[in-house]
Write a protein that binds this ligand. Structure first.
Ligand code: ATP
Length: 346
């Protein structure tokens, strides 16, 4: 069992606020992803849970027990970092076994536990190799096995895939998802990659500048972003965002006119996703083509609309020249509306 509660947790260094008033309960066995751009406070939040960073304000509780002052080694958490930090002189077996020795787990248990952990990450054939004789992906799996072998109540993973190439990242991501399902351990996973977050998480916490922007399931965050920051961060491509004005239910911006918009008169930020819009003979947007990207299963058409670039997903066979004029259908029903002042969802 490990339910983790963060109660108004803040981290400050002098006047700089790294994490501001973080409030969240992470359920037992939940896979929670902390997502945000570099410097938003993800790692600091994780390090406070691990006990590697002091909490300036607030409380961290595990199963109702306050752990703020508990030594890292007495917290039942295992961390996996982006740098694998393996011992170069030890073979894979001894690297995986190391935490058991440190924790003085009875020797009789070591072999079975090391073998079980190495089988889970499919490293059983590499046990006598040194880290230098492994690929990057295999080394990261040793680091995972070294965390698994401890059988902790909580896994903390800090960008564990970021040193792997694109293909390996996808396969290791699937492996982590599968492991988390099998191990059923509360997991907090840090990443700046929104695809990683969306594919792995039960819930995602989107952070910016130390402040939680939204907490929700991947679907909630994708379908109902709480503000323009989340809208502009989630999705590939992220949501199109355009500043304009609503008058009598009609949104107008340069080269755009959308009727039936449910917002009061005045300035607004309108958003829609590339995949919800469609190329049309005569649509709500008409603008020159800025770029065309072939994605395999679709073609991404990007238009220049005033100062903004707007993407619309078209059929995979759709072709048009850069600079030609194209029109796209963007009905009010697919649009999201945000307050231009602060970016909150309306
Ligand atoms: P990244 O994805 O780059 O790792 P992050 O979201 O994990 O970013 P953190 O490492 O948590 O970000 O850092 C949050 C902020 O706190 C950053 O602006 C960072 O410069 C600052 N920071 C981190 N450690 C310290 C420190 N020891 N002293 C002062 N500021 C710090």
């Amino acid at each position: 069992m490990a339910e983790i509660q963060l109660k108004s947790v803040s981290k400050r260094w002098g006047s700089f606020v790294g994490v501001d008033n973080f409030d969240l309960t992470i359920a037992d066995r939940e896979f929670l992803v902390l997502l945000g751009p570099s410097g938003c406070g993800k790692t600091t939040t994780m390090r406070m849970i691990a006990g590697l960073e002091d909490v300036t304000d607030g409380d961290i509780l595990v199963d109702g027990r306050r752990i703020n002052d508990l030594d890292p080694k007495d917290r039942d958490v295992a961390m996996v970092f982006q740098s694998y930090a393996l011992y170069p002189n030890m073979n894979v077996y001894d690297n995986i076994r190391f935490p058991l020795k440190v924790r003085k787990v009875p020797e009789a248990e070591h072999d079975a536990r090391v073998r079980r952990a190495s089988e889970m990450v499919e490293l059983d054939e590499f046990l006598h190799r040194k880290p230098s004789e492994l690929s990057g992906g295999q080394r990261q799996r040793v680091a995972l096995a070294r965390a698994i072998v401890r059988e902790p109540n909580v896994f903390l993973m800090d960008e564990p895939l970021s040193n792997l190439d694109a293909k390996l990242r996808v396969s290791t991501r699937a492996q982590i998802k599968n492991l988390s399902h099998e191990l059923k351990v509360t997991t907090i996973y840090v990443t700046h990659d929104q695809i990683e977050a969306m594919t792995l998480a039960d819930r995602v916490v989107v952070m910016s500048k130390g402040v939680v922007q939204q907490v929700g399931t991947p679907t909630e965050i994708y379908d109902n972003p709480a503000n323009t920051f989340v809208a502009g961060f989630i999705g590939s491509p992220a949501m199109n965002l355009v500043e304009g004005t609503v008058s009598g239910g009609v949104f107008e911006a340069k080269r755009m006119r959308i009727a039936g918009v449910g917002a009061p008169d005045g300035p607004v930020v309108l958003g829609f996703r590339a995949e919800d819009a469609a190329i049309a003979e005569e649509g709500e947007i008409t603008a020159p083509v800025y770029s065309l990207e072939l994605l395999g299963d679709a073609t991404m058409v990007t238009m220049r609309v005033g100062g903004a670039l707007i993407s619309v997903k078209a059929d995979k066979d759709y072709r048009i020249e850069i600079g030609e004029t194209v029109s796209a259908r963007v009905p009010a029903g697919i649009c999201h509306l945000f307050d231009p002042d602060g970016g909150r969802r309306l």
